[in-house]
Design a protein around this ligand. Structure first.
Ligand SMILES: [Mn+2]
Length: 307
């Protein structure tokens, strides 16, 4: 091996930057092998969510970190590791977007938000969020908010196909959330006025974008040019998350007290096909009644170790 020769390998920052952009844009379309890697990561993630549900008591507190650790065991056993720091948000912690301290505890009667993904052995990662009612049943108010987020997510997924603007998935979900916020009596203006780019008053409770690309990086393709990604159109082979949410901060005096501290996000990993979309994470139920049935079935089956 020749010793390092600085002169021969002098950097070319402008060309390096071009390469970063080109690679990021090449990563937008996933080939068959990559899609299989993502599906493997998602399938391991489904097993990890099952492990956690099986260990989650309905009638007493457990620490968020216990649940984090159970998922981490699955990630290390079935894949390489977690793809990103697991967010285990019990109760009002769900309203903090990147809650990774995980030093709280579950409480029966409250919700539990978990945003977790296994990174497979070839480093492709899943990115999935589910919200569970700790005691097994959503209260009517929790269900109302949950079902609104579900409807927003479904509306976003429903429009996905090649040629659709990336931004329109977001805007479609946001309109459904704005309607729900209006139904809750929270919007100070009409839904149409709220959707006006000059207003977007609904964002007080929606906090983040609905989608990002997914692949080797959890926020894949982030160096792609705007016109190729955020201002671009979806193409066959793209894989993106769809993850709208509603968040009512514990100290938010613009919402009724019973809503404060509720945070709900539902996140799935969606492949754009020639004619529409396939939800790669459909192995985990999303509808509120199906989540309850699934949670009960996991508890019935009881705790398990990977292997
Ligand atoms: Mn995500």
């Amino acid at each position: 091996m020749r010793p390092y020769d600085g002169a021969r390998t002098e950097g070319q920052p402008a060309r390096d930057r071009e390469l970063v952009i080109a690679i990021s844009e090449l990563k937008l379309v996933k080939d068959e092998w990559e899609i299989a890697q993502l599906q493997d990561a998602v399938d391991a993630t489904v097993r990890g969510f099952e492990d956690v549900a099986r260990a989650l008591p309905a009638d007493r507190a457990v620490s968020e970190r216990l649940l984090e650790g159970i998922f981490a065991l699955r990630a290390r056993h079935d894949g390489n590791d977690v793809g990103y720091g697991s967010i285990i948000g019990a109760g009002e912690h769900a309203t903090i977007l990147h809650w990774v301290h995980n030093h709280g505890a579950t409480r029966p009667g409250e919700l539990l938000l978990m945003d977790m993904g296994v990174e497979g052995r070839n480093l492709y990662t899943a990115d999935v969020t589910r919200v569970l009612p700790v005691n097994g049943r959503f209260t009517p108010l929790q269900r109302q908010v949950y079902d609104a987020v579900y409807a927003a997510q479904q509306a976003g997924i429903d429009i996905i196909k090649p040629g659709v603007a990336f931004k329109d998935v977001h805007l479609t979900s946001m309109r459904v959330l704005a309607e729900a916020l209006s139904d809750l009596g929270l919007l100070p203006v009409s839904v149409d006025e709220a959707m006006d780019p000059a207003s977007t008053v609904y964002r007080r409770w929606t906090l983040h974008g609905t989608s990002h690309m997914l692949g080797i990086d959890v926020h894949d393709c982030s160096n792609a040019r705007k016109e190729m990604y955020r201002d671009g159109a979806l193409g066959e082979g793209y894989v993106l998350t769809v993850e709208p949410g509603l968040y009512f901060q514990p100290e938010d005096e613009l919402v009724p007290e019973e809503l404060r501290g509720i945070g709900i996000r539902i996140e799935d990993d969606v492949l754009v096909t020639a004619t529409g979309a396939v939800n790669l994470s459909a192995g985990l139920p999303r509808r509120s009644d199906e989540v309850e049935t699934w949670l009960a079935a996991q508890r019935e089956a009881g705790p398990r170790l990977p292997g």
